[in-house]
Design a protein around this ligand. Structure first.
Ligand SMILES: [Zn+2]
Length: 131
């Protein structure tokens, strides 16, 4: 249902590979932080969450469709997930962390993704991404 269709395109792996290409060191799954962010750069107090559009309900996204059966079950489940995400986002911000949320469907365009990572991390916009 929430299958990622491409081959070898696990979105989180793609983001991690890009961070390495940018020369950014990171740690994975910080269990001491709210929501255990996927990717953490402690010195920068910056975290990145790569979210599946279906489970985390990417607003307006084709992948965030509602299953046709057991609608009540799914509605409750999705509501719980989205509320938890929001709570964690606020809790992280309260601790002075900044968080970049990357949706699964946004990882297809590598140039755009790389530019977003650079600007989030204050690395400046790479020459080739300037218009
Ligand atoms: Zn999406």
């Amino acid at each position: 249902m929430a299958r990622i269709t491409g081959k070898n395109t696990k979105p989180e792996l793609k983001v991690r590979r890009m961070l390495r290409a940018l020369g950014i060191g990171y740690r994975l799954h910080a269990s001491d932080l709210p929501g255990r962010p996927d990717i953490v750069m402690r010195k920068r107090r910056a975290a990145i969450e790569v979210r599946g559009c279906f489970w985390h309900r990417h607003a307006g996204c084709r992948s965030a469709y509602m299953p046709k059966s057991r609608v009540e079950f799914w509605t409750a489940k999705f509501t719980g997930t989205v509320e938890r995400d929001h709570r964690n986002e606020y809790a992280l911000a309260d601790l002075g962390w900044k968080l970049l949320i990357i949706w699964e469907c946004e990882t297809g365009d590598e140039a755009a993704l790389s530019a977003r990572l650079s600007s989030f991390l204050g690395l400046g916009v790479p020459e080739c991404a300037r218009t």
